[in-house]
Design a protein. Structure first.
Length: 116
C-alpha cells in the first residue's frame, strides 16, 4: 500500500490507483454531451485486464461455461467444441456491449458499453 499523504484517509491500494487512472482516462474520452460523473463511471467500469480476451476468459470461468458445455455435450462431440474467446470479445465490442481503453503501459480498462 502507498500512503496518499493525507492524514485521516485510508492508504491507497494498487486497485484504488488503477481505478483512479481508469477514471481519468475514461473522463478524457467522454464527449461533452455524455455523462461523466463518478457514479456513472462506477456503474460502467468492469476492471483492469491484460486484454479484452482476458476479461472474456474471466467471464467464461466465472460462469463456468466450460463445465456447462462438458455437462451438456458428451464425447466424442465435446472435444470439437470450444468457446472462441477472441471472436466473442470482438463481437461484444462490435455490438457495443463492451469497450476498452488502453491502460498504459500495460493492459486495458474494460467498460460496459450498454450503460451508455
Amino acid at each position: 500500500m502507498v500512503s496518499n499523504g493525507t492524514e485521516g484517509q485510508e492508504p491507497l491500494t494498487v486497485e484504488t490507483m488503477l481505478r483512479q487512472a481508469a477514471l481519468e482516462a475514461w473522463a478524457a474520452t467522454r464527449e461533452e454531451h455524455q455523462h461523466n460523473s463518478r457514479a456513472f463511471f462506477d456503474r460502467a467500469y468492469l476492471g483492469h485486464y491484460n486484454s479484452l480476451d482476458h476479461h472474456i476468459e474471466s467471464l467464461v470461468d466465472d460462469y463456468q461455461l466450460d463445465a456447462k458445455l462438458d455437462a451438456a455435450i458428451t464425447e466424442p462431440y465435446r472435444r470439437f467444441l470450444d468457446i472462441d474467446i477472441t471472436g466473442l470479445a470482438r463481437s461484444l465490442v462490435r455490438n457495443g456491449t463492451l469497450y476498452g481503453i488502453p491502460a498504459a503501459p500495460v493492459g486495458v480498462w474494460v467498460f460496459n458499453g450498454e450503460i451508455e
